[in-house]
Design a protein around this ligand. Structure first.
Ligand SMILES: Nc1ncnc2c1ncn2[C@@H]1O[C@H](COP(=O)(O)OP(=O)(O)OP(=O)(O)O)[C@@H](O)[C@H]1O
Length: 597
């Protein structure tokens, strides 16, 4: 009961915050509905009395007319109120769903990147996300049903007491088995949802891989459809097997609960027959009592079903609560004073970093220095830690050891958001937003989305302006075929869009993680030749595997196994004749004929 009470409190809070008006209207309608149901019993009694009066005392048949009409009117009213309630409840459910989605999205947007490394976070996010589509409806239905059921039971109990008080305790007993089976059933549901979450996540993923547009090419090229489908079937079959066992248990419980409840109901009816035979209860009262018992049984059932719905939504409420509770912590972690708009020099000192869930550090004692206006390159073999270092410098992760200072001040003392607002990043795996070209560029600085001139200027600098002009609706063309009138772009064009987004951000520090991987040779050459002009003296840190572009940098840091092993200008590093010189020569040799090399 304590748990039910707290769940009801939470559900009321949630519905109230979703839309008070809709909640109040729905509740009032439920209470009115309950009153009408109770009135129905008393009207049945009046009808029976009138009929008995006509048959036993030869009273005028017209005497039956008024109560019968009243009964018809009330019955119609019950039906109308049920229809209105259903619509109102649907609206309330949608509003609660909207609130839960909003809360979930707020948290998903606020938590640090570290959270996304944790399977536990994903499981919880998955549960909240999938349940957000169904549970709010169940929850409001449960809550409204509980209010209606409770009001109906009280009204009917009053009606039954006015008919024959002895019947009431017997009827209440009928609810006891239902209470226990409902409780047990909800606990089973709770456990089932928790244990199945990882499996459902895998099922969802395997479904997406087989239907996703991006994956479609590779799935066909490798002939993966069969293997993936088989894997999907295995996961799904295992879920269905468990579901069968779970539902069998629940059915047994439901049968046991309802059978016990029916036995008590039969007892009540027998008691009624006994009372009639002893002349303690009149025929009209007995008839009305039977109607009341029948409706009351329905109401008790509704009450328990509603309580069960609330219990079943309890896990969802818990998850939502836990999830929402992450927000203040996330915001606190991101709190701090505002960062200066830019820096004169950035110093990373002794950075150490281990990904959550991993044991081996990915960065070890990494120190680098970047002065305002410089172009600095990071090079190194795959997995040497370049992207990770870029993420730390972009304030997406905090280092486990060491610090990053802007003009001597540890950036940890600034709010993460204000540090990030001075940085524009183009990731290796940048996002291709299924939105318009305007938004794809404008989201670099969402608050300036309406600045068309600046968006076009950024597009021009990234060399994507002509391609955009050729789109059917120009800047307003959706960059996806998922939506009507949309067009897709080539890999290189997408990369230019991502560059334009970074240019539009107009931040003093720009981080480019392999910005030319998809660019053609000419575009790449132009990008790096004009990088300084293009970025108007901004500070640039870029990662590249192409040494022809790297050599243009003012300074180059060579990472190997998570450590900086060399740094200096291209000429200095070549003179050093170390790792960099070796990698450079390897690549250069590939471009030369054997005779040249
Ligand atoms: N999210 C993650 N969780 C755990 N380990 C990770 C994660 N991302 C990267 N790593 C590991 O960290 C190491 C460095 O990865 P990083 O992406 O920084 O390398 P990189 O130098 O940028 O490589 P590449 O040249 O292939 O882009 C690798 O061993 C990689 O497996």
């Amino acid at each position: 009961m304590r748990r039910l009470r707290s769940l009801i409190r939470d559900s009321v809070k949630l519905s109230w915050s979703a839309d008070r008006r809709a909640f109040v209207i729905t509740t009032v309608l439920q209470l009115l509905g309950a009153l009408i149901i109770a009135a129905q019993v008393l009207i049945v009694k009046a009808v029976l009395e009138a009929i008995l009066d006509v048959t036993d005392n030869d009273a005028d048949v017209g005497r039956v007319l008024v109560p019968v009409m009243l009964l018809a009117a009330v019955t119609a009213l019950v039906a109308v109120s049920a229809a209105v309630q259903a619509n109102q409840q649907r609206l309330l459910s949608e509003l609660v769903m909207r609130t839960t989605w909003q809360r979930m999205l707020d948290v998903a947007g606020a938590v640090g990147l570290r959270a996304f490394e944790s399977p536990d976070f994903y499981n919880r996010l998955q549960r909240v996300e999938t349940n957000a589509l169904t549970r709010p409806f169940q929850l409001t239905q449960g809550l409204i049903g509980l209010i209606g059921g409770a009001a109906g039971c009280i009204g009917l109990s009053a009606a039954i007491i006015s008919l024959e008080p002895v019947l009431l305790p017997l009827l209440l007993l009928a609810g006891v088995p239902l209470y226990f089976t409902t409780r047990r059933g909800s606990r089973l549901e709770f456990e089932f949802a928790v244990t199945q979450a990882p499996r459902l996540r895998m099922r969802e993923y395997l479904g997406t891989v087989q239907t996703g547009r991006d994956e479609a090419k590779e799935v066909r090229a490798y002939g993966l459809a069969g293997a993936l489908r088989e894997r999907f079937d295995r996961v799904y079959d295992a879920f269905v097997d468990d579901l069968r066992v779970h539902l069998r248990r629940r059915t047994k419980l439901a049968v046991a609960g309802n059978a016990a409840s029916a036995a008590f109901l039969a007892l009540t009816l027998l008691a009624l027959v006994w009372l009639v035979s002893r002349g303690r209860v009149g025929l009209a009262e007995a008839g009305a009592a039977i109607v009341a018992i029948r409706i009351l049984a329905q109401q008790v059932n509704m009450l328990f079903k509603s309580a069960q719905q609330i219990f079943e939504s309890g896990l969802f409420l818990n998850d939502l609560d836990d999830f929402v509770a992450m927000q203040p912590a996330a915001e606190k972690a991101e709190a701090g004073g505002p960062a200066p708009a830019s820096f004169g020099s950035l110093t990373a000192d002794g950075l150490t970093f281990t990904y959550p869930g991993s044991t081996a550090p990915v960065l070890r004692d990494v120190s680098i220095n970047v002065n305002a206006g410089e172009v600095v390159a990071l090079v190194g073999e795959n997995g040497s830690g370049k992207t990770t270092l870029a993420k730390l410098l972009a304030a997406l992760y905090e280092p486990d050891g060491g610090n990053i200072r802007w003009d001597g001040t540890d950036v940890a003392s600034y709010s993460r958001a204000s540090v990030r607002s001075s940085i524009a990043v183009v990731f290796q795996d940048f996002v291709r937003y299924f939105l318009s070209a305007r938004e794809n560029i404008g989201l670099g600085r969402a608050e300036r989305l309406d600045d068309e001139a600046a968006i076009l200027a950024a597009a021009r600098r990234a060399g994507i302006d002509d391609a955009i002009a050729a789109l059917p609706a120009g800047l307003d063309t959706p960059l996806t075929k998922m939506f009507k009138g949309g067009r897709d772009l080539s890999g290189g064009q997408w990369q230019r869009i991502a560059l334009a987004r970074a240019f539009f951000r107009n931040a003093p520090f720009v981080i480019l993680d392999e910005p030319s991987a998809s660019l053609d040779a000419r575009a790449e050459h132009e990008l790096f030749q004009s990088l300084r002009d293009l970025l108007g003296g901004r500070t640039v840190l870029f990662i590249s595997h192409r040494f022809s572009t790297v050599r243009t940098a003012d300074r180059i840091y060579v990472l190997h196994g998570g450590e900086v092993i060399e740094h200096g200008s291209h000429d200095q590093l070549m003179d050093l004749d170390g790792h960099y010189a070796e990698l450079f020569r390897l690549q250069a040799a590939a471009y030369l004929s054997p005779a040249d090399s």
